[in-house]
Design a protein around this ligand. Sequence first.
Ligand SMILES: [Fe+2]
Length: 416
Amino acid sequence: MTLYLAIFSTIITLIVLLVFLNFYFKYYAEKYFYKIHKDLSNLRHINELEHELLDMEHMKNVPHHICETAVNKWSYTMAWIGLIDPYSKRIKPIAFAGQLDDKIKKTIQKDIEKKIGPTSYCVKEKTCVTLSSYKRYCKKSQQKKFIPPEELLNNYLYNSFIILPLIVNKEVIGILSIYTEQEEKQLLIELEKLEAFANLASIAVNNLKKLKEEHKSFQEMVKVLSTIIDARDEYTAFHSANVAKYAVGIAKHLELTKDEINEIEMCGLLHDIGKINVADKILNKQGPLDFTERKLMQTHSTVGAMILNQAKSIFNKKIIDGIKYHHERYDGSGYPQGLRGESIPLYAQILAVADSYDAMTTDRSYRKALPKERAVAELKRNKGKQFSPQIVDAFLQFQNKENQESINGVKGICAI
Ligand SMILES: [Fe+2]
């Protein structure tokens, strides 16, 4: 009897043990499987962003996509990326996603502007900062000017935050800041993933920084070139810069894209580059040009396009065509090809208005500058003849905005 009892209790114990082990392994297997799945998913998100980094066209959007991934795919409440301005050394936010509480927004602005919060601490110490480490830092440095740690969170939206430095060649070039409802302990468990993410953000921000620097150098070179062009004609100092300014004003009123506005500015600055081929005695001739001189002068738009065509990787077809056709007229009476109406490329239509307006309102070798009101009247009178009506309207809106008004009338509005 005792033997049966012992066997029975052993079997029961074994069954209980097996059931327990089954649940135990199932629980950990599921947990482990979930972790693997999450890690793979994180890797996939990082991999997608890495691919975008290799693609020049999408490269500019990577900081935004990083913030969106943090919020939409990894469920953090808010993420933003800042780039350190090389001159002011201040952090400039360049990408953001998620919910931004007004109080936190003000605190972040104060932190950035006065350099008295965790973001500045992160940049200064080149280390990732959480609420706990910031508290220790404030206590240790004993400076009252720091933003109080309790001001940094709003319990309804965020329970913790982490700010990671974006480091390239041992220099901090920006920061990645993440706010979440999770407790700090949980956030720190994900530190490895966040650091990989910050590395990716470093590459993205550095690429963007390089791109901006290259663009700035290129713009400066174009400005130098345009000053050289204008310097040849004693009457047209600042002409190209003025045309660029008016053309950009028109482009903005037409709601063109940022890239198109940049291209239009380039067109304005270089539209007369072909005058390099015109002799000084013709360029600076007092009084009207004779037939041959006029024909020679008129080659400048085609010559300009030929010059820029040598650098097709920098100047696209829209820019080159804008310069080539900037003396075409809406009614087909212009040159070099006598294009008519909407067959004239948009950039050329814009340049025609901007160029003529500046030509009318500045002194020339063959006449004095006209009052702005008379130039505006002349643009209106030539709507649909010399100029595109839509472009003249956009220019007038731009002018109204600039508070330049009043009208008269005059002939000879063509800038050569
Ligand atoms: Fe011209």
